[in-house]
Design a protein around this ligand. Sequence first.
Ligand code: ZN
Length: 132
Amino acid sequence: MLKEISVSSSQRIEMIDITDKVIEVVRASKINSGICVVFARHTTAAITINENADPSVVYDIENKLAKLVQHRDNYHHSEGNSDAHIKSSLVGASETIIIENGKLLLGTWQGVFFCEFDGPRRRSVLVKIIGD
Ligand code: ZN
């Protein structure tokens, strides 16, 4: 089963919790055991799994990435968004999560985040569910 999720950001750099949307796709698939792949189809965005209980974790990740890869830094790419391309590659385009008993086996504090690095934009995330 393949499903597309729409995500809208309001900041240039923003991590958006899409855990509930992914859980809904898994529920609708009725697949009891298998894997779920969450994939961002963009060169300046990414998918990551991290803590969604304390919002300061996301704040710290966003801030540290902004400091590690600065927006302006004599890049060659003429579009002016090289930092976003680099952050996208550092974080990665996808995550894979195990499904068991019809549920994502995320840890207690883990959530799935869509990471925007060149927003605000409207984006698309693909969720592929494969049963055993
Ligand atoms: Zn670019």
